[in-house]
Design a protein around this ligand. Structure first.
Ligand SMILES: [Ca+2]
Ligand SMILES: [Ca+2]
Length: 255
């Protein structure tokens, strides 16, 4: 940060009973504003214990307010600052030889972030998530921290690359500053020819399901046909069930 000075928000004022240290309220050591935003100090209060008289009643307009760079921010006679351009500058409030200083940082704040809402993957597959920043030209830190709420389903690396681990649903969270965005990742088992009930293995039950469709004369759905039509003749028949059963008995994976 440029233009930084030692911060001291107390002003010292000499009175006939010694020095008092009124404090300017409503401003921080570092005041962060968006372009166009204004900020006003609220009051000047004496913070010395045991002092309580007229000199403590200093108005904001009794102070002399200055901006170290009016391209960054301006200040009026009551200490109200207005952010003009991105950058850092110093606000001073003085009375006599005593000066209080405050740092002012003008930024483009990050309002929100967004990532893909839903992603469906098969186990072993990866997907690169992308953060969108609102606004895109924010001057705030855009570093992302990624996390998964269920690493048995999906994991995510420090660059937002998701890897599907096991069947289920996991929430992947991107965090930038105070902003977060979530993606629901649904992980399915990989497509397996002949696995009619999609439980990840070929069993006699898959053959039974093919036979059931065949014997009912029901038109199989496109998905059923794709999975169960082992001989590729465009229909589910007892022969497909037979081949599934053979695969099951031999411990084969049908591709
Ligand atoms: Ca099965
Ligand atoms: Ca067939």
């Amino acid at each position: 940060m440029t233009g930084e000075k030692e911060v001291n928000n107390k002003i010292q004022v000499a009175t006939d009973k010694g020095y008092i240290n009124p404090k300017i309220e409503g401003l921080k050591d570092i005041n962060t504003l968006a372009i166009g935003e204004t900020l006003s100090p609220t009051s000047v209060k004496n913070v010395n214990a045991g002092y309580n008289y007229n000199y403590t009643n200093i108005a904001l307009s009794d102070l002399t307010w200055k901006s170290s760079n009016e391209n960054i921010f301006t200040v009026d006679k009551n200490g109200t600052i207005k952010a003009k351009n991105i950058g850092n500058a110093v606000l001073t409030a003085s009375i006599g030889e005593y000066i209080a200083t405050f740092n002012v940082s003008v930024i483009i704040p990050l309002k929100s972030i967004d990532i893909e809402k839903n992603v469906t993957l098969e186990t072993g597959n990866t997907y690169q998530l992308t953060v969108k920043y609102n606004p895109t030209n924010t001057t705030e830190n855009t570093n992302v921290t990624w996390s998964s709420n269920d690493s048995s389903v999906a994991i995510v690396n420090s660059k937002g690359l998701v890897t599907a681990i096991g069947k289920g649903t996991a929430t992947i969270t991107a965090k930038v500053g105070e902003h977060t965005a979530n993606c629901e990742v649904t992980v399915k088992l990989p497509y397996l020819k002949g696995d009619m009930d999609k439980n990840g293995e070929i069993t006699a039950y898959d053959a039974y399901l093919v036979n059931l469709i065949y014997e009912d004369g029901r038109i199989p759905t496109d998905e059923e046909l794709e999975i169960g039509d082992i001989d590729g003749n465009g229909e589910l028949t007892a022969f497909d069930a037979f081949k599934i059963n053979v695969a099951y008995e031999n411990g084969e994976m049908l591709e």
